[in-house]
Design a protein around this ligand. Structure first.
Ligand code: PMV
Length: 325
């Protein structure tokens, strides 16, 4: 690994969700989405090409990975190899930094870090925009993890213009309290969940229409640093996404009883005058969008129902970057 260079990418949580593809192979979304990058969760990855190796080797958290996991990484690396005119096998070392085994989906930071490391190892010298296009083909949400702050993934008209752009650095009083309801691997992948929703839910077209409106409105609210407005749109957009899933056949729900407990507590805190709003993804965990200056207060309220290790405070994360080995 003498020539390896390491890249760190932070995960992101969508405030305006991506739920559905118009092209499965290229991972082109039906609608544009917008997220907040988080500094508490990230992945660091180093890639080195080594002609003396027979095949790709993938280590995750210092453990060598099986064929299926390695194949996923190899396929993604092939995009870079093909572009760079390389055939050399690679060694990939990846570490997920997630406080106390939170079990949150790491595909966004994982694929973005891998894209960043492959970019350095191949010497392709891609721009962040090009990197975002590559990351997209690993995992949709990874498109947005190239940048810090508030990030929009513009759905585009083709692969060449479906990438992320930074909307705002989020260098104001904003953050999240992540409520880890369950750290088990989800039973239905987001890939499958999306497909089932797009092909069977009668609510899907309504979702596509209304999410475009939400996107315009949240960008204005972000520009105005209107936290309440950002929160209201976030909560409503997330619930509408889950609504489309309930309309799928068979119906999909990622919720668990404790997810509902967390959502009710957020509503209660709001009634008590603490502005905070929830969102959920393809899993039972609840993310509470709040002012960072209120996060400790919110965590304390949640400690009545959840353990310390289930509650993780995070501020906004930064752009993908090279870090020392
Ligand atoms: O990137 P994927 O394929 O894991 O899809 C992510 C989908 C959601 O997390 C539910 C929404 C989003 O925009 O991140």
């Amino acid at each position: 690994m003498s020539n390896a260079r390491k890249v760190r990418a932070y995960t992101n949580i969508a405030l305006i969700k991506y739920w559905g593809k118009r092209d499965d192979a290229l991972i082109l979304p039906t609608s544009s989405s917008l997220s907040l990058t988080l500094d508490a969760f990230y992945t660091e990855t180093a890639v080195s090409f080594d002609a003396s190796c027979e095949k790709d080797t993938f280590y995750l958290n210092d453990k060598i990975q099986d064929e299926a996991a390695t194949l996923k990484v190899s396929r993604f690396l092939n995009l870079f190899r093909e572009t760079a005119g390389l055939k050399t096998p690679a060694t990939i070392r990846s570490t997920n930094y997630v406080p106390t085994a939170a079990g949150l989906a790491s595909s966004a930071s994982g694929m973005a870090a891998l894209a960043g490391a492959a970019n350095l190892a191949t010497g392709l010298n891609l721009s962040p925009q090009e990197l975002s296009i590559f990351a997209r083909q690993g995992s949709g949400s990874a498109t947005r993890s190239v940048y810090g702050g508030f990030v929009e993934w513009q759905k585009g008209t083709s692969s060449a213009d479906s990438y992320a752009v930074k909307v705002d650095d989020a260098d104001w009083d904003i953050g999240m309290v992540v409520v880890v309801v369950n750290k088990k691997q989800k039973e239905l992948s987001s890939r499958e969940g999306m497909k089932q929703t797009v092909t069977t839910s009668p609510f899907y077209s309504g979702w596509v229409e209304s999410t475009a409106v939400d996107l315009v409105n949240i960008k204005k609210a972000i520009r105005d640093q209107d936290f309440e407005q950002v929160g209201e749109i976030t909560e409503s957009n997330g619930m509408k996404m889950h609504g489309t899933m309930l309309g799928a056949n068979p119906p999909i729900s990622y919720w668990e009883p404790d997810s509902v407990v967390a959502m009710q507590l957020v509503r209660q805190l709001r009634k008590q005058g603490i502005p905070c709003y929830f969102t959920m993804d393809a899993g039972p965990n609840v993310k509470v969008l709040c002012r960072l200056s209120d996060s400790q207060k919110i965590k304390t309220a949640f400690l009545n129902y959840f353990n310390e290790e289930q509650l993780i405070i995070s501020g906004p994360g930064s752009d993908l970057k090279e870090v020392s080995l």
